[in-house]
Design a protein around this ligand. Structure first.
Ligand code: SF4
Length: 72
Protein backbone atom coordinates (compact mmCIF):
# COMPACT_ATOMS: atom_id res chain seq x y z
CA UNK A 1 0.00 0.00 0.00
CA UNK A 2 1.47 3.34 -0.96
CA UNK A 3 1.24 6.46 1.16
CA UNK A 4 -1.70 8.78 0.60
CA UNK A 5 0.57 11.76 1.33
CA UNK A 6 2.97 11.19 -1.58
CA UNK A 7 1.54 14.13 -3.47
CA UNK A 8 3.11 17.18 -1.86
CA UNK A 9 5.51 15.25 0.39
CA UNK A 10 8.84 17.09 0.41
CA UNK A 11 10.79 13.94 1.19
CA UNK A 12 9.22 11.90 -1.57
CA UNK A 13 9.35 14.58 -4.23
CA UNK A 14 12.60 16.40 -3.47
CA UNK A 15 15.06 13.83 -2.22
CA UNK A 16 16.96 12.04 -4.92
CA UNK A 17 19.71 9.83 -3.60
CA UNK A 18 20.41 6.15 -3.30
CA UNK A 19 19.47 6.19 0.38
CA UNK A 20 16.38 8.24 -0.36
CA UNK A 21 15.26 5.80 -3.01
CA UNK A 22 15.63 2.90 -0.59
CA UNK A 23 13.60 4.70 2.08
CA UNK A 24 10.88 5.53 -0.44
CA UNK A 25 10.66 1.87 -1.38
CA UNK A 26 10.40 0.73 2.23
CA UNK A 27 8.15 3.46 3.61
CA UNK A 28 6.35 5.44 0.92
CA UNK A 29 5.51 2.59 -1.41
CA UNK A 30 5.00 -0.24 1.05
CA UNK A 31 4.78 0.69 4.77
CA UNK A 32 3.64 4.28 5.21
CA UNK A 33 2.23 3.59 8.68
CA UNK A 34 5.83 3.26 9.89
CA UNK A 35 6.91 6.65 8.52
CA UNK A 36 7.84 9.38 10.99
CA UNK A 37 6.63 12.11 8.63
CA UNK A 38 3.24 10.50 8.26
CA UNK A 39 2.98 9.93 12.02
CA UNK A 40 3.47 13.66 12.63
CA UNK A 41 0.92 14.48 9.93
CA UNK A 42 -1.67 12.12 11.36
CA UNK A 43 -1.19 13.46 14.89
CA UNK A 44 -1.05 17.23 14.35
CA UNK A 45 -1.25 17.98 10.62
CA UNK A 46 1.16 17.78 7.73
CA UNK A 47 1.97 21.49 7.97
CA UNK A 48 3.96 20.66 11.11
CA UNK A 49 6.27 18.11 9.48
CA UNK A 50 9.83 19.47 9.73
CA UNK A 51 11.43 19.66 6.30
CA UNK A 52 14.45 17.67 7.47
CA UNK A 53 12.44 14.83 9.00
CA UNK A 54 13.05 11.54 7.23
CA UNK A 55 10.73 8.51 7.37
CA UNK A 56 13.08 6.61 9.67
CA UNK A 57 13.44 9.39 12.26
CA UNK A 58 10.77 7.88 14.50
CA UNK A 59 12.72 8.87 17.61
CA UNK A 60 11.90 12.53 16.84
CA UNK A 61 8.15 12.13 16.42
CA UNK A 62 7.10 12.43 20.05
CA UNK A 63 9.27 15.49 20.65
CA UNK A 64 7.92 17.27 17.56
CA UNK A 65 4.33 16.62 18.58
CA UNK A 66 4.95 17.77 22.15
CA UNK A 67 6.71 20.92 20.97
CA UNK A 68 3.88 21.91 18.64
CA UNK A 69 1.13 21.11 21.14
CA UNK A 70 2.88 23.12 23.85
CA UNK A 71 3.04 26.10 21.49
CA UNK A 72 6.84 26.39 21.42
S1 SF4 B 1 7.96 10.23 3.39
FE1 SF4 B 1 6.31 9.42 4.68
S2 SF4 B 1 4.68 10.95 4.47
FE2 SF4 B 1 6.08 11.27 2.75
S3 SF4 B 1 5.23 10.01 1.08
FE3 SF4 B 1 6.75 8.79 2.17
S4 SF4 B 1 5.56 7.58 3.66
FE4 SF4 B 1 4.30 9.32 3.00
Amino acid sequence: MKCELIEGCLFFNKLDSKAGTALKEVYCLNNPALCARRQVAMAIGREFIPSDLTPNHNHRVQGIIEQVLSGQ
